[in-house]
Every structure is written in C-alpha cells, then in structure tokens.
Write a protein that binds this ligand. Structure first.
Ligand SMILES: [Zn+2]
Length: 257
C-alpha cells in the first residue's frame, strides 16, 4: 500500500493497482459489505475491504486529499489498530494546502436505530462522541468512552486501540477457511477467561476505544469532517453506514461550511 499526495478537492480515493478499473472513491455510498469490516465497491465490481482503520488514521491526521494505492483486495491489517498508519503519515509529513477545508455542520438531530443499537448526532461547535458498548462476554461487558475534540487526542487516546475478537468466532471463521493470516499479532483475542494475548491490553478500556476508532473511520466516509455531538450504543460497521445514508438523505440535516 502507498499513500500518495493529491491536489485540493480530490478527496480520498482508493486505487487497486492489481486489477483494471481499480479506482474507488472513499464514500459511504460505495459501501457494499459491513460484516467483518467495511468494504467499498465500484461500478465495475472491484472491491477494497477492511478500510476502516486506515480511514480513522486519515481522519486523525486531518487529511482531506489522498490517493491510496493497494495491490490487493484488502487494506493491510498491521497490528489491528491505526497506529502504524499514523506513524507512516507522520514520517511522510503533512502538506497544508491552498484551499479552505469544507466540513459538514449538523443542523438538527438525526438518529438511526437497529434493534437496541443506535447512533444519533446533534448540532455542536466541535466533533464529540459518547460511545457505549455492551457485550455478553464478561471480559468486555459495558464500556463507555467520551471523545471530545478539545481534550481527546486521536494519536494518544485512540489510534493504538486494536481490533478484538472472540475465540469461538475465530474457530468458526477458520472452519470456513477465512482469516488464514490472522494471529495474535493483529487482534486482541478474548475467551471466557480473559485476554489470550500475552502482552495484555494497551488501554484498560481498549475495546470501546477500538469501537470509537471504527466509528471515526466509518463516519469519515461522509467525505468530510463532521462537526456535531454524536452518541452511539453498540455501534458497528452496518449501523455506522446506515447513519450516513440517513444524515445525507435530507439536505435540511446539515450544511457544508
Ligand atoms: Zn476495527
């Protein structure tokens, strides 16, 4: 994968270099699968999957214009967090471009529900997010995280939080012939007795911090930074995408400023 600078108003674009017609805009309308991660597809049926951790890093670094070249159908999982991508971007450096950044400002409350899950947003002066997760597994259980753009640092508080999975789910996926490259180097694995990874957790509440990371990555498929106060309960790639469709279907919900 290579991250390549792009001129103003390019937006974020993925380019599969291993197939013809490999260009896919990083936009919520191009999301076609949300089961194991967020997958984008273009009109030629070309796909790029598991983009959410890279998208979160791009959001966290404040990047608006970028070409992401990848020679495979999936973004590299790295250590299951956004940190390696943030590190790469910081090593390369960030160019301040000529044009003013356009952002989406929320004008009224928008809410989506899916069973007991929900996401809502209300007008606010900054981006903020209150997220709660609730898992049956007693090692994860209920966790809350409040992200406030003034006091929370994406780099310090969020980007190192790794994806997590449950031992029984891995056994099932491996039976299906999936996640052959998966190991304890790219996810936190939990069973009934706790975290299997020898190194333990990077944050006591790493699980909800990773869900915050996923949320940020998915929501950046709006194509713009969004200013508003979000609340989420049991968020996931599916409802994150549903939320963006609901937000943008009514032009009175927001304005570009
Ligand atoms: Zn994730």
């Amino acid at each position: 994968m290579s991250l390549i600078p792009a001129p103003c108003n390019t937006g974020l674009i993925f380019k599969r270099t291993d197939v013809p017609n490999g260009e896919i805009k990083a936009n919520y309308k191009n999301v076609t699968e949300t089961k194991l991660g967020t997958t984008l597809s273009n009109e030629f049926g070309v796909k790029i999957s598991t983009i959410e951790h890279l998208m979160a890093a791009i959001w966290g670094c404040g990047i608006d214009n970028l070409i992401v070249e990848i020679n495979a159908p999936e973004a590299p999982i790295m250590d299951g967090s956004s940190e390696p991508f943030v590190f790469m971007i910081e090593c390369a450096g960030i160019n301040i471009q000529e044009e003013v950044r356009l952002v989406v400002e929320i004008l009224k409350k928008v809410r989506v529900e899916d069973g007991d899950k929900f996401i809502e947003v209300e007008p606010a002066k900054e981006f903020s997010l209150d997220l709660q997760i609730d898992f049956a597994n007693h090692q994860v259980k209920k966790q809350n995280f409040a992200y406030h753009s003034v006091s929370t640092s994406f780099k310090v508080d969020i980007c190192r939080a790794r994806t997590f999975t449950f031992k029984h789910e891995i056994d099932y996926l491996q039976k299906l012939g999936l996640i052959k490259g998966g190991s304890l180097d790219n996810a936190v694995v939990v069973d009934e007795n706790g975290v299997i990874n020898k190194e333990g957790l990077r944050y006591n509440d790493e699980f909800v911090r990773h869900k915050t990371l996923d949320f940020i990555g998915d929501i950046y498929l709006a194509g713009y930074y969004i200013i508003g106060h979000f609340k989420g309960f049991k968020s996931g790639h599916g409802i994150n995408n549903k939320f963006l469709h609901k937000l943008f279907e009514d032009p009175s919900n927001y304005r570009l400023v």
